[in-house]
Design a protein around this ligand. Sequence first.
Ligand code: DOR
Length: 442
Amino acid sequence: MNPMLLRNFTLLDETGMRGGSVIIEDGCIRELWNGCPEGASFPCTIDGGSLIPGRVLTLMPALVDLHAHFRDPGGQTAEALPAETVESAALAAAAGGYGTVVCMANTKPPIDTLAAAADLKARSDALGLIDLYPALSLTRGMAGRELSEIARIETPLDFPRLLSEDGKDVLDDGLFLAALREARRLKLPVSCHCDAGGGQAEAAKQAGEARRVWSRVEENAATRRALELGRKAGAWIHIAHVSTQEAAALIRSAKKAGGLVSAEAAPHHIALTEDAAQELGEASYGRVNPPLRTGEDRRAVVQALMDGTLDAVATDHAPHTQKDKAAGAPGFSGLETSFAVCLTALVKTGGLSLPRLSALMSAAPARILGLTDRGRIAPGYRGDLCVADTEAVWTVQAAAFRSRGKNTPYQNREVSGRILMTIHRGRIVYETENRQNRNAHV
Ligand code: DOR
């Protein structure tokens, strides 16, 4: 593959921002310059200064997603059309600026063996758009009765990089502890979705409380339990889609006490509240697990991202067909809006710095996955990059999504920041259609 020169950009990663240029060779970053290399000529040159006249564009590490649902295998629905496939999801990820994605095991059948994970990964690798790391479930068939193949994996492998029982959690303490001990042996984080709170939440449900009430009891109780059992087993607990102020406080205390803990927030809990859920329909288009919460919760999640209690942003991309969504299937398609939603809510109106946003969306999730070769712009790192126009203002239109899941809470909303191009291992895998210097250089 020819070396590629990307010149005249603002280079952004977790370490800061500076004007500069990058050479990618053999899929990796070979050199960086402050400014633009004089007289350098490459068959493949992308000039940030001329992509959009008058705009200084940002070149940053491709995003890394710890939590997406690809619905493959088994995305077939009542309408006999898949809600998503590995191909449509990978296209959506590339369009959203993602280079690495973990997809959850709640497929049909669930991903509970290395062979199933390897098959999905191979089908994604063949597309060459992203690196996919399927998460392996903790129990066989995600049925909560016996351990999945995690008990038989002998040494840590290239994948999985994360274990998770997705929204089901493992309700039996003894079995959960056994799974956590295997995770510790394999040195893998366990992503706990904390959507199943056991007795306390059940009691609130039985008492006829509204979903927004019992689901809060559920998330808080399940977060407390995951942190406690994780500590007991000496395992790495990763708390998924934190949405309540109490859960954020529990994670903060666990980290202060030296716990092996990481955590993520989803863009919709960063940007939206229960008001949006009501407008969209709490039982249909506004439904998500965990639900959109109060303004105070939203502010607590943002504060926790700022002070390091939460380590990463993860999309929880959850595509559904229109029919399933109308009938109450929880979740939103998020891969193609997450960067803009986070830039808008956290940077433009929230006071977060761009380097911290890059840390949350690239470097930190890469570290959680143990992928030390990506998430930063530095020589030797992977040539997984994306070009963003942080000044662009655009209106979300789900019809334009690559994802087959067209459910978004941001339909017709204005957001700031647009991904213009995604480069994976030194190859352009996504670009908007209006690049002006296309013929001149590539
Ligand atoms: O709303 C959600 N939907 N949250 C999750 O964590 C799972 C997801 C799904 O699989 O649809």
